[in-house]
Ligand binder design. Structure first.
Ligand SMILES: Cc1ncc(COP(=O)(O)O)c(C=O)c1O
Length: 395
C-alpha cells in the first residue's frame, strides 16, 4: 500500500550527504575515494582531547545515564556564561540557555518557534543547507542575502537591508562561515547588528567555528547592548566531538515568549545527551592547548589549499579566514554554470568528492564547489593534482 508522505518532508534536501550515495556505489565496486566533502575533523587526523573523552567516560561510569533536566545541566549553562564572557565578551544569562543535541536541534526549536507559513528568514548566500531546509520545513521562505566573493565573501549590507519586509522574522549570521570560510569584519558585523536593531529584528548568530578563526573572533552578540540575539554554538567543531551531539542556544534577555516556545519543544524530547553535557562542561573548564594545535595544523593546510587551487587553470578561490572549508569558483566554461555535473564527473573520473556549490544556495552558490582542507597536505596535494588533470582533459 502506498503511504502518502507530507509535502513538508519533500522540501528537505542536504546536498552534503546526498552526494554520499553515488560515492558509496563506487566504493562498493572497490574504488577508493578522496573525500573532501564532509566537515568532520574526526574523520581525519584530529581527535577529541583525552581529558574531554575521560569526562564522558567518567560520567558514564558514575551513573550519569539518567534523563538530565530538559533545559540542560545548570553547571554547564553557567560555564557557558563564563566562557562567552571571557572569549567573546558576550553577556549571557544561564536561565536563558537551552542545551541541545547539537546546534542542529537548536535550529529545529528555533524555526519551529519563529516561523509561520509565509514568514521570511534572512540567511547568508551561500549558506549552510539546514538553515534553508528547516525554514522551508516550517512553511517559511529562506531569503538569501548576497555575500560578495571578490570581498572575501563579506555580506552586502545594502542588499540585506533591501530584502527586509513585513514578513521578515530574523537575520541569520554564520561567522566564521560555512561554506565560504569567510570571517566577517567587525565593521560588517556592526552594520548588520545596526540594521537588525533598526527593524527590531533578532539576530541568529551561529558561532560553531568561533575558535577556528585565523583572525580574531568577534561575536555580533557583543556589539549592541539592546540587540535581540540568539547565539548558537556547541562541542562539535572547536572541541572536536561532532558525534556527541551537544550544543546550545542562548537567548538574550528580552525574549520571554521565544524562550517559552523553545523550552516547551525541549521538554517533548526530554533532554540532551547527559554524559555529553558533563564532557562539554569539562571541555569548557579545561586547557585550550588543543585549540591552538588544531588551528596551527589547519592554517598550514588552508595556505596550501588556497595556493594550490588558485594555480589550477579553470578555478579561482578566495582565502578562507576561518573554518576548514574552501569555496572555489569554477571558471572552466564547461562547468561554470553546472557545478553538480562538475562534482559528479570528477567523482566518477578521478574519485575525488566535493560538494556542489548550488547545494548551498542556487543564487549565490552555483558555479562553485565546497571542499574541506582537513586532510594532510600530501592527501590534499593528490586530490588537487587529480582536479588539475581532470580540468586539463576537459574540452
Ligand atoms: C554553520 C554550522 N552550524 C551548525 C552545524 C552543526 O552543528 P552541530 O554539530 O552542533 O549540530 C554545522 C556543521 O557542519 C555548521 O557548519
Amino acid at each position: 500500500m502506498a503511504l502518502n508522505v507530507t509535502r513538508r518532508s519533500e522540501t528537505i534536501e542536504y546536498a552534503i550527504r546526498d552526494l554520499v550515495v553515488p560515492a558509496q556505489k563506487l566504493e562498493a565496486k572497490g574504488k577508493k575515494i578522496i573525500k573532501l566533502n564532509i566537515g568532520d575533523p574526526n574523520r581525519f587526523d584530529f581527535d577529541t582531547p583525552d581529558f574531554i573523552k575521560n569526562a564522558y567516560a567518567h560520567a558514564l561510569k558514575n551513573r550519569r545515564n539518567y534523563y538530565e533536566d530538559s533545559q540542560g545541566l545548570k553547571e554547564l549553562r553557567e560555564a557557558l556564561v563564563q566562557r562567552e564572557k571571557k572569549f567573546n565578551r558576550v553577556k549571557l544569562n544561564a536561565d536563558k540557555i537551552i542545551i541541545t543535541n547539537g546546534v542542529s536541534e537548536a535550529l529545529l526549536f528555533l524555526f519551529g518557534a519563529l516561523v509561520e507559513q509565509g514568514d521570511n528568514i534572512l540567511i547568508p548566500g551561500p549558506s549552510y543547507p539546514p538553515y534553508t531546509s528547516f525554514v522551508k520545513y516550517f512553511g517559511g521562505n529562506p531569503i538569501e542575502y548576497r555575500c560578495i566573493e571578490s570581498e572575501g565573501w563579506q555580506p552586502d549590507i545594502d542588499y540585506l537591508e533591501k530584502k527586509i519586509t513585513k514578513r521578515t522574522k530574523a537575520i541569520v549570521i554564520i561567522n566564521p562561515n560555512n561554506p565560504t570560510g569567510a570571517v566577517y569584519s567587525k565593521k560588517t558585523l556592526q552594520q548588520i547588528v545596526d540594521v537588525a536593531a533598526a527593524y527590531n529584528l533578532p539576530i541568529i548568530s551561529d558561532e560553531i567555528y568561533d575558535q577556528m578563526n585565523y583572525k580574531k573572533h568577534v561575536s555580533p552578540c557583543s556589539l549592541s547592548k539592546d540587540a535581540k540575539f540568539i547565539q548558537l554554538n556547541g562541542i562539535s567543531k572547536v572541541y572536536l566531538a561532532p558525534g556527541w551531539r551537544i550544543g546550545y542556544m542562548a537567548l538574550s534577555n528580552n525574549f520571554e515568549e521565544l524562550f517559552d516556545a523553545c523550552i516547551r519543544q525541549a521538554r517533548i524530547r526530554l533532554c540532551a545527551n547527559t554524559p555529553g553535557q558533563y564532557a562539554y562542561l569539562a571541555a569548557l573548564k579545561g586547557p585550550t592547548t588543543h585549540i591552538k594545535k588544531t588551528k596551527r595544523k589547519l592554517r598550514k593546510r588552508r595556505d596550501y589549499a588556497h595556493k594550490r587551487l588558485n594555480e589550477i587553470e579553470g578555478l579561482s578561490t578566495a582565502k578562507p579566514e576561518g573554518t576548514f572549508y574552501i569555496f572555489p569558483k569554477i571558471e572552466h566554461p564547461k562547468y561554470a554554470r553546472n557545478d553538480k555535473k562538475f562534482v559528479l564527473d570528477l567523482l566518477h573520473k578521478k574519485y575525488v568528492l566535493f560538494v556542489n556549490g548550488s547545494g548551498f544556495g542556487k543564487k549565490f552558490g552555483t558555479g562553485h564547489f565546497r571542499g574541506v582542507f582537513l586532510p594532510k597536505v600530501e592527501i590534499l596535494g593528490e586530490a588537487f593534482d587529480r582536479v588539475e588533470e581532470f580540468l586539463k582533459a576537459t574540452k
